[in-house]
Design a protein around this ligand. Structure first.
Ligand code: NAD
Length: 333
């Protein structure tokens, strides 16, 4: 099968590329290298020149997108502005590039009837768990209400853009039966995730290894849950390449429901790295500006994807932390 992965030079996309190549498929990555890197693709480029191709370009390039969609059987649309820091710095790129690029992908894929997976995010639930459920209770399922902030609180621009992408994909399916599926990624982590754009685990690990204070925003009591990238890739591979039944028009949560508070996470990373670094509490507004809103919990209900695919997260948080530490140590040497 010929598979096109937009954003394939990034964290999730490069792992997905490896999974598809290992299964014997042909893969083309389209990436503008804004947050991705060719370093993530070195092994693929040198070991599989016959089956792996890299195209440097943007999903905003309509002609290029149409040609590439035409030449491939399945499309993963992962390209996006990513990371709270980048979204706050570049809200206009986030919304314009996000919507135009997705429009180009879906227009071509609908016309050519190419099965396509759109990457969305748990951010679309906004603050639903904090406001709509008793404290410490509830998980977010695909039909939970969404409670987003207004776009003048800049962090919400990312979620609003992703929600609009979801609406495009689902509406194509509803009106034209286009074979599109949406996946809401919850925090996905593992080797190769860059610390540069505000991702919590690579940031804490990098601070611990370099002897800097471990930054914890707010009280540190906010809880998150983390899925290993290999588990995430297995699910999206199955969903688009070998689905047990057609998932078109469906939205799936993809994450791991096991929760941990950020302060506890920082302590575990300190212990696993034998770091003497202190933990430093930083008010949100110092790093993210006035009016920044964060959620206390964001825990997925993954029953739908589990029953659809017979999929289960295989790796623990301990596995994730050990691998990320090993990776960070290897790239810093
Ligand atoms: P990433 O930054 O590593 O990957 C995104 C890739 O898209 C990068 O390689 C970047 O260079 C590329 N890109 C950005 N704009 C582009 C454009 N206009 N044209 C072509 N390429 C472009 O991030 P990731 O964590 O691998 O995220 C992949 C997808 O999963 C994104 O859509 C993201 O929103 C979604 N997601 C990820 C997480 C997570 O925890 N990692 C959580 C929720 C959603």
């Amino acid at each position: 099968m010929r598979i096109l992965i937009t954003g394939g030079a990034g964290f999730i996309g490069s792992h997905l590329s490896e999974r598809c190549i290992a299964a014997g498929h042909h893969v083309t990555v389209l990436d503008n290298l804004s947050t991705g890197s060719l370093d993530n693709l070195t092994t693929l480029l040198s070991n599989h020149p016959d089956r792996f191709h890299f195209v440097e370009g943007s999903v905003e390039d309509e002609r290029l997108v149409k040609d590439l969609v035409e030449q491939h059987d399945r499309i993963y649309h992962l390209a996006s502005v990513v990371g709270v820091k980048r979204v706050l710095a570049e809200p206009l790129v986030t919304v314009l590039e996000g919507l135009r690029g997705t429009d180009h992908i879906l227009t071509a894929a609908a016309l050519l009837e190419r099965p396509t997976l759109i990457a969305s995010t748990s951010e679309v639930y906004g603050r639903a768990l904090d406001y709509l459920y008793p404290p410490e209770e509830g998980r977010l399922s695909e039909d939970s209400p969404l409670l987003l902030g207004s776009p003048d609180r800049h962090r919400w621009v990312y979620a609003i853009t992703k929600l609009a992408k979801e609406a495009m994909a689902i509406s194509y399916h509803r009106q034209r039966e286009s074979p599109f599926v949406v996946v809401r990624f919850f925090n996905t982590v593992g080797p190769r995730q860059s610390p540069a754009y505000g991702m919590v685990i690579p940031n804490l690990v990098q601070a611990a290894l370099s002897g800097r204070p471990l930054p914890v925003y707010g009280t540190g009591q906010q809880k998150r849950s983390f899925l290993h990238v290999a588990d995430a890739v297995e699910a999206i591979y199955c969903l688009l390449i070998e689905p047990p039944r057609p998932p078109w028009g469906e939205i799936f949560n993809l994450g791991n429901p096991m929760e941990i508070s950020i302060i506890e996470l920082a302590k575990r990373i300190k212990a696993l790295t034998n770091s003497d670094s202190p933990i430093e509490f930083i008010p949100y507004e110092v790093s993210y500006g006035k009016g920044f809103e964060d959620m206390q919990r964001r825990t997925p209900d993954i029953a739908k994807i589990q029953s659809w695919l017979g999929w289960q997260p295989q790796r623990t948080l301990e596995d994730i932390l050990r691998e990320v530490i090993l990776y960070a140590t290897s790239v810093s040497n």
